[in-house]
Write a protein that binds this ligand. Structure first.
Ligand code: URA
Length: 220
């Protein structure tokens, strides 16, 4: 695990192994999805390791003991950026079934590489923004434009940056810089920092278009 400021690179051997599967252009959509899911568990282990706990009394069949449970006043919000972020939200739901899922719909204008909003399930105002823990999910942190837009949405609703985590599979240095310069206290959890972006805003070497590969819409 490498940590530099609020950036965590989960370079666990199983992440590396599964990344090699998803990078391969000949990997089928089914194998691609399953390999991402395996990496997702490892990313979420890191992304959730500092969730706050509180003590609770539990009666086992033998006696009463004190257990640690997630702090009840905190609300965990999973915010997948459509459509590729959905691959992470299935696993997020599985391991945190009590979380709220709030989808964010953005696509990239292919010429300007700026994000275009088309769906936003975030309420206009949050009660208790200080108690929200936000996990923004997008497998590819490329230019950082969508990431910054998504983070801004929560910061504007008074959620502290330190409560926001951005979870990605593969990140480009350009996108990382953009997020870190704009929101230095947001935690970024990723499995790889790749070399650079190409002129179309794709990550190199990357894996191509994540959404197309997940949903089997790659046009040959
Ligand atoms: N989105 C993708 O799906 N792939 C990239 O390489 C960059 C953005």
């Amino acid at each position: 695990m490498n940590k530099e400021s609020n950036l965590y690179v989960v370079n666990h051997p199983l992440c590396c192994h599964n990344l090699s599967i998803i990078r391969d252009k000949n990997t089928t959509a089914e194998v691609f999805r399953n390999a991402i899911k395996r990496i997702t568990y490892l990313l979420f282990y890191k992304a959730t390791e500092d969730l706050e706990l509180e003590e609770e009394c539990v009666c086992t069949p033998l006696e009463t003991c004190t257990c640690k449970v997630l702090k009840k006043e905190n609300e965990i919000i999973i915010a997948p950026i459509l459509r590729a972020g959905l691959i992470f939200s299935d696993i997020a739901n599985e391991i945190m079934p009590f979380a709220t899922v709030r989808h964010i719909g953005m696509y990239r204008d292919e010429e300007t590489l700026t994000p275009i909003w088309y769906y936003n399930k975030i309420p206009v105002e949050f009660d208790n923004p200080l108690n929200k823990i936000i996990l923004i999910l997008d497998p590819m942190l490329a230019t950082g434009n969508s990431a910054v837009e998504a983070i801004k949405l929560f910061v504007n609703k008074k959620v502290p940056q330190k409560n926001i985590r951005f979870v990605s599979l593969i990140s480009a240095p350009e996108g990382l810089r953009k997020v870190q310069d704009t929101y230095p206290d947001v935690k970024i959890i990723t499995a790889s920092i790749d070399n650079c972006l190409n002129s179309s805003g794709y990550i190199r070497p990357g894996l191509g278009d994540a959404g197309d590969r997940i949903f089997n819409t790659v046009e040959n």
